[in-house]
Write a protein that binds this ligand. Sequence first.
Ligand SMILES: [Zn+2]
Ligand SMILES: [Zn+2]
Ligand SMILES: [Zn+2]
Ligand SMILES: [Zn+2]
Length: 237
Amino acid sequence: MQSNLQPCLYCGLAMGRTEPVALCGACWAVVHDRCLQHAGRCSTVQCPGDPATMVPADVAVVVGARIATANAEPATCPACGAATDYGRLVPPARRLWMRMTPGIWFEAAQGGPVGAGRRSGWHVPAAGLPGRRCRACRALYLAGQPVDARRSQSGAVFPYCPQCSAPFTSGWFDLQRYGSGAVGFVPQAPPGSSELRGHRATPNRFATGAGRQSVARIAGQCCSRCLFSLVSGLPVP
Ligand SMILES: [Zn+2]
Ligand SMILES: [Zn+2]
Ligand SMILES: [Zn+2]
Ligand SMILES: [Zn+2]
């Protein structure tokens, strides 16, 4: 998401390659550092964050490290005591006729059309949701918390998109939209780690069959304009 930075939310101008930027660790907005100094606070409406200054190239690194850190626990499953793996939740294989890029369907919570496109849901190109899964009972953990489809939104909820200021829609990432009920989990080595011993990260081996994964949808927020997404307070890569 951060490889191509959105224009600065504060001044509307493009981000340069070298001018210092400020990254907010609460809403993940990126603005020029000079704009942060001018504004004195994060530019996102209702955001209590305290943005940090860095060079543009470090934004993706910092975001990736934060995601990995947030998903470093639990190393063992609180439910059954077995080891957990770091990896990504991915939707089932898409049907070829859909001719879409890999991603996840987002469904607005209010059920009615939202945003400029007047849609109730849309496809979000994404590599998948980082998290952990228990090797034994297959319980899922996102940002260290057990995933429960009945659980309401966790993390701050913003009225406007931190990246482009369009209305920020609350809703659900529907992991079963594109298939017959299977949700895949692909173990991966976390950035800068030697975890994943003895595992080959192939979707076929680790994708789960229908009914073996308890979670079908995950609460989050998504922008209908730029598709920036937050789940459990973390950006969806
Ligand atoms: Zn600016
Ligand atoms: Zn913020
Ligand atoms: Zn378990
Ligand atoms: Zn947006």
